[in-house]
Design a protein around this ligand. Structure first.
Ligand code: CO8
Length: 254
């Protein structure tokens, strides 16, 4: 296995584990990760994922050695890396806990998660231009939406790396956490998310993701309909009753 999986109560930690290749993302790793997460996505006891790497590297990109000798026809017929689409379709919330290098496909993997926490040592970049290619797992699109056109152009055209402070300032990263406590604090945040209704969290993240795609008017309508739909759940009843009765809500009901 190219990943390690650990469950802590309702949080599943997935650690990329190809240390000799700085966690470069090859096809095998991608298949393992997607298949494990697809199964756990359906498990009501799993409320949040934390995806992490090592101190030195979250992931130093797609595996250059695997790609090096491929032809256009190989890439096209394999639809190389299209399976990462299945990763984005996983509906359980996902936190990327990034330490060290998050480059190329590594930065793109972090951006396919819902939240990015970075350690003070994190370095983000899309240096594909140095290899004669461009980002291929959504980098030109997601980075542009997250940090804006001029910063995305700067990063992708120069191939330079961005430290954690700049990444937070640019809106790519939501918190910077000391490297020693990155995983623990990320798991704590994941446990908070996982303590709420999984249904509600799924609906919330879907609504936020719509903001990347829809006009404001359509997005607000989508949100309102999703809000209405939550009144069909026991979790809305429990959450509101608990508030009125001045007690903690119990979202472990099915
Ligand atoms: N792929 C394969 N192996 C890698 C990768 C990688 N992306 N990154 C590092 N490694 C390997 C090195 O080859 C080396 O292996 P070995 O010991 O066998 O020589 C080992 O990891 C350690 O790496 P370094 O010795 O280079 O370590 P340094 O600390 O000196 O440098 C860096 C660390 C700066 C991260 C450096 O390794 C580096 O620049 N790596 C490449 C970064 C990069 O260019 N990433 C983008 C990859 S392309 C990509 O992600 C495109 C995605 C789109 C594809 C989808 C198509 C549809």
């Amino acid at each position: 296995m190219n990943i390690k999986i650990e469950q802590r109560k309702r949080v599943v930690i997935i650690t990329l584990n190809r240390p000799k290749a700085l966690n470069a993302l090859n096809s095998e790793l991608m298949r393992e990760m997607v298949s494990v997460m697809q199964k756990l996505d359906k498990d009501p006891s799993v409320g949040c994922f934390v995806i992490t790497g090592s101190k030195k590297a979250f992931a130093a990109g797609a595996d250059i050695k695997e790609m090096e000798n491929k032809s256009y026809m190989d890439m096209f017929h394999e639809d190389y890396f299209a399976a990462w689409e299945a990763f984005t379709a996983i509906r359980t919330p996902k936190i990327a806990a990034v330490s060290g290098y998050a480059l190329g496909g590594g930065c793109e993997l972090a951006m396919m998660c819902d939240i990015i926490y970075a350690s003070n040592t994190a370095k983000f970049g899309q240096p594909e231009i140095k290899l004669g290619v461009i980002p291929g797992i959504g980098g030109t699109q997601r980075l542009t939406k997250m940090v804006g056109k001029t910063k995305a152009m700067d990063l992708i055209l120069t191939g330079r790396l961005m430290n954690a402070e700049e990444a937070e300032r640019s809106g790519l990263v939501s918190r910077i956490i000391p490297v020693e406590t990155l995983l623990e604090e990320s798991v704590e945040a994941a446990a908070i998310i996982a303590s709420y209704s999984k249904t509600t969290a799924m609906v919330a993240r879907e609504a936020i993701d719509r903001a990347m795609e829809l006009s404001l008017r359509e997005g607000v309508l989508y949100e309102r309909r999703a809000f209405h739909a939550l009144f069909a759940t026991e979790h809305q009843k429990e959450g509101m009753q608990a508030f009125v009765e001045k007690r903690k809500a119990n979202f472990s009901i099915p």
